[in-house]
Ligand binder design. Structure first.
Ligand code: FES
Length: 111
């Protein structure tokens, strides 16, 4: 299992969960009811699945593809460790991954 901590934009804990290897980080977030829309369902066409990976964990992820990098260029609140969560596959070696939701999503948490 891969343990993941999701933080709100203000750094407070939004959810903590275990995913299974091969599962998309986006799917885990959505299963928890976190406000990551993932409108294009992983086709890298929307960037509504954007998360900011904890700097200490960023290097553990396989690098982003050029297409993902291009999408991130047009994503609001992008940070040096931003990724599209639909492109992150959970794996044993990513255990204790920590990601933060960008501010745009934090505004929608009152739904
Ligand atoms: S779900 Fe659309 S880019 Fe990730």
């Amino acid at each position: 299992m891969t343990r993941v901590r999701f933080l709100r934009a203000d750094g407070s804990l939004a959810a903590e969960a275990e995913g299974r290897p091969g599962q998309r980080l986006l799917e885990l977030a959505q299963a928890l009811g976190l406000p990551l829309e993932g409108t294009c369902e992983g086709a890298m066409a929307c960037s509504t699945c954007h998360v900011i990976v904890a700097p200490a964990d960023f290097a553990r992820l396989p690098p982003a593809s050029p297409h993902e990098e291009d999408m991130l260029d047009f994503t609001p609140h992008v940070a040096p460790t931003s990724r599209l969560s639909c492109q992150i596959l959970l794996a044993e070696e990513l255990d204790r991954l920590e990601v933060r939701l960008p501010p745009a999503h934090a505004n929608m948490q009152g739904r």
